[in-house]
Write a protein that binds this ligand. Structure first.
Ligand code: UT7
Length: 327
């Protein structure tokens, strides 16, 4: 049976760090509130010259090097992002340019914080169709450009980062991506959205003044939906593979809030020592949280061949999804 397998991972963050203490002088907040309500201590923030596609390309370079794949061998680049460099061209095409991946085609998927799980699913299907192909799935965001730095409800949460995975086909029946599970519910779009900048509310001076190109969120409502949907889709992935919580070696949930991660793990009965958490260092980097965590777990030796890994995401749309794989 042909499966896709991850051959290499990579991640990158901007150099500049913004701490909770520094945020105290920007909005009415405290390190105590942010740490206890979210688990976040600091986040990386882009500076002049940083772009989403450059950060994505840096993460991809590392992933290709680990995989032993040259840029010109890449067939497809799919990027999950909600903060592209520009509306057009797509981020995948720009990553292709930065890498010199002259034989690849690139495009973006637009699924907010679920972007990497969506991109990985698209990559998995492509590799299953063409097992000899080399495909890059990326989650990359410069959320600092779409964050309202005067809104304490949101600005303490987000950060910038990119993560990438290189996939190809395998005949090894014991390893690779076992299943992918995607969902969305557009009826709930208003709970987490960016009002301005599209055709409904086109860019204008008034729009910029109201900072309506920035993320708006009903945190409490999103919290409840995130816990329920992430637990449900992770359970769906376990059931589909006839596996139970004890089989999972590493659970990598979207890093939006430590309290969400704990509640989801509790519902699934996965002990916390098998849950990957790095939100304290990066904050919520949307589609980048899962591939950055995957890369860290991979490079630190926390992942061993044959380990069962469960990825679980939730974001605006709403979108949510899970990927089950044998490392
Ligand atoms: O990545 C995509 C999915 N996103 C998520 O999953 C995020 C989901 N939501 C959350 O993580 C949480 O709802 C938040 C972290 C956003 C907020 O935490 P909360 O425990 O739900 O707080 P809250 O919104 O109920 O606010 C509680 C209080 C309010 O004050 P009052 O009305 O009780 O006086 C807020 O005004 O905390 C206040 N507050 C703050 N205080 C200090 C809100 N933000 C801040 C802040 N600093 N930054």
């Amino acid at each position: 049976m042909n499966r896709s397998i991850i051959l290499g991972t990579g991640s990158a963050v901007p150099k500049k760090i913004l701490t909770n203490q520094e945020l105290e002088s920007m909005v009415d907040t405290s390190d105590e509130w942010i740490s206890s309500r979210t688990g976040i201590k600091q986040r990386h923030i882009a500076e002049d010259g940083d772009t989403t596609s450059l950060l994505a390309a840096e993460a991809t370079r590392q992933a290709l090097e680990m995989a032993g794949v040259k840029p010109e061998e890449v067939d497809m680049i799919v990027v999950g992002t909600t903060s592209p460099d520009m509306i057009m061209p797509n981020t995948g095409a720009l990553v292709q340019k930065h890498l010199g991946a002259s034989n690849a085609f690139g495009f973006d998927v637009y699924a907010a914080c679920s972007g990497f799980v969506y991109a990985l699913t698209v990559a998995d299907k492509f590799v299953k169709d063409k097992p000899e192909s080399k495909v890059v799935a990326i989650g990359a965001e410069l959320l600092s450009y779409i964050t309202d730095w005067q809104d304490r409800n949101t600005c303490v949460l987000f950060g910038d980062a990119a993560g990438a995975a290189v996939l190809s086909g395998t005949n090894d029946s014991d390893r690779g991506i076992l299943s992918t599970h995607l969902h969305s519910d557009g009826r709930l779009w208003e709970l987490l959205h960016i009002p301005g900048g599209g055709v409904v509310y086109p860019p204008s001076g008034e729009m910029a003044e109201r900072r309506d190109h920035c993320i708006r969120m009903h945190g409490n409502e999103v919290f409840k939906h995130a816990v329920r949907s992430m637990a449900d889709v992770a359970q769906e992935a376990l059931t589909a593979n006839e596996l139970g919580p004890d089989d999972v070696d590493l659970f990598i949930p979207h890093q939006a809030n430590i309290r969400i991660m704990k509640k989801v793990a509790e519902r699934l009965e996965i002990p916390l020592d098998r849950v990957y958490v790095n939100i304290e260092r990066y904050g919520n980097t949307s589609s980048a949280t899962i591939p950055v965590a995957l890369d860290e777990a991979n490079r630190s030796g926390r992942l061993k061949p044959g380990d069962l890994v469960l990825l679980d995401a939730f974001g605006g749309g709403f979108t949510w999804g899970a990927v089950m794989m044998r490392w």
